[in-house]
Design a protein around this ligand. Structure first.
Ligand code: ATP
Ligand code: MG
Ligand code: FE
Length: 347
């Protein structure tokens, strides 16, 4: 089926079009620049930007796919989680489009969209698979037995998300928002062993309660203290070394826990998803450890890691191909939708 997917959970207005698992279009309008001067996303600004960008982005996606609206078989939309006002713009647009075209509407989970993005670049997923979702708002370890039917949450961050830690540490280092790509760039010229930053919840004593959980707020504080001490001592802060050492600590924790889950459950498959998976060191080190552990690894291409409409369209298409019914139009935006709820308001 040809599915048009709409994504507005944060500051990206994303419209993607797929035919089954084939990507036809992926257009993204971002209001990132408008938020940069505030050092983070301003919800009202994001919602308004979505409203302005929505129709042009739909038009651009149809043009990129080289099809008209009449060739679209179904609409898919992110119903959560995310910023309530931002989500509402996408949900409203998707409902209007579904009603006007008479096409079915699938209201789906943004996080499951991230996890399933790689199907657009590769073969269908093999099950079960361990999945590591690392984004701006979430850091979660999952067992996926069926992307459109059975997603189990093993553990998640007990404080900051990994992407949030990247953004906060970037701010500490005086790098612009969003910080993830900036840290990645600067870290390339630094020594990852220069400073040993703490790895949260990695002590044996944490295992009983937090074997698959994450914690990044202690790491962020450790970086802040280190930088403060250097400044107080009148030293020049070695930004590249701090960035590289911080990035190394995050990557170490993320991958140690993901490969541990793979070993514990005897599941030799690992799937990565979310904006932080765009990180060069995450990609490189995941591949290295997968080789050592004999785990088959799937990492989405860069363009499908951060927020986009194609991953939402792909999830909609997979729901359809699995024979699932569309959503009832009464659904709303759910800013705290849990990752285990793959589709909302199934009829
Ligand atoms: P969620 O998906 O949890 O609702 P989100 O949609 O805001 O949150 P994404 O768009 O998936 O998050 O990812 C954005 C996050 O990814 C930001 O925190 C950003 O700093 C981080 N990020 C993007 N590129 C990189 C990179 N190269 N290295 C590290 N982090 C990155
Ligand atoms: Mg974003
Ligand atoms: Fe996201």
């Amino acid at each position: 089926p040809v599915v048009l997917g709409i994504e507005t959970s944060c500051d990206e207005t994303g419209v993607g079009i797929v035919r089954g698992r084939t990507l036809l279009a992926n257009v993204i309008a971002s209001s990132m620049d408008e938020h940069a001067r505030y050092g983070g996303v301003v919800p009202e600004v994001a919602a308004r930007a979505h409203l302005e960008a929505m129709n042009p982005t739909i038009e651009a996606a149809l043009a990129e796919a080289g099809i008209g609206l009449d060739a679209v078989d179904a609409i898919a939309v992110t119903s959560g989680p995310g910023l309530a006002g931002a989500l509402m713009v996408g949900v409203g647009a998707a409902k209007a489009l579904a009603v006007a075209t008479g096409r079915p509407l699938y209201a789906v989970n943004h996080l499951v969209g991230h996890v399933g993005a790689d199907v657009l670049a590769d073969e269908p997923l093999e099950y079960p698979t361990i999945a590591l979702l690392v984004s701006g708002g979430h850091t979660s370890l999952l067992v996926v037995r069926d992307l459109v039917g059975d997603v189990e949450l093993l553990g998640e961050t007990i404080d900051d998300a990994a992407g949030e830690a990247f953004d906060k540490v970037a701010r500490i280092l005086g790098l612009p928002y969003p910080g993830g790509p900036q840290i990645d760039r600067v870290a390339a010229g630094g020594d990852p062993k220069a400073i040993h930053f703490p790895r949260g919840l990695m002590q044996p004593k944490d295992d009983a309660k937090h074997r698959y959980d994450f914690s990044f707020s202690g790491l962020k504080t450790a970086v802040a203290r280190w930088v403060e001490r250097a400044e107080d001592a009148g030293e020049e802060v070695p930004v590249a070394d701090v960035a590289a050492s911080f990035r190394e600590a995050v990557v170490d924790v993320l991958l140690t826990k993901a490969f541990r889950a793979s070993a514990d459950f005897g599941i030799p498959r690992l799937l990565l998803g979310g904006g932080v998976v765009a990180n060069a060191r995450v990609r490189e080190e995941a591949a290295r450890r997968a080789g050592l552990a004999g785990v088959s690894l799937r990492i989405p291409p860069l363009s499908l890691c951060t927020d986009n409409g194609a991953m939402i369209a792909a999830l909609g298409a997979q729901l359809i191909m699995a024979g699932h019914r569309p959503s009832e139009l009464g659904f709303g935006a759910d800013s705290t939708l849990p990752v285990t709820e793959i589709q909302v308001a199934r009829s």
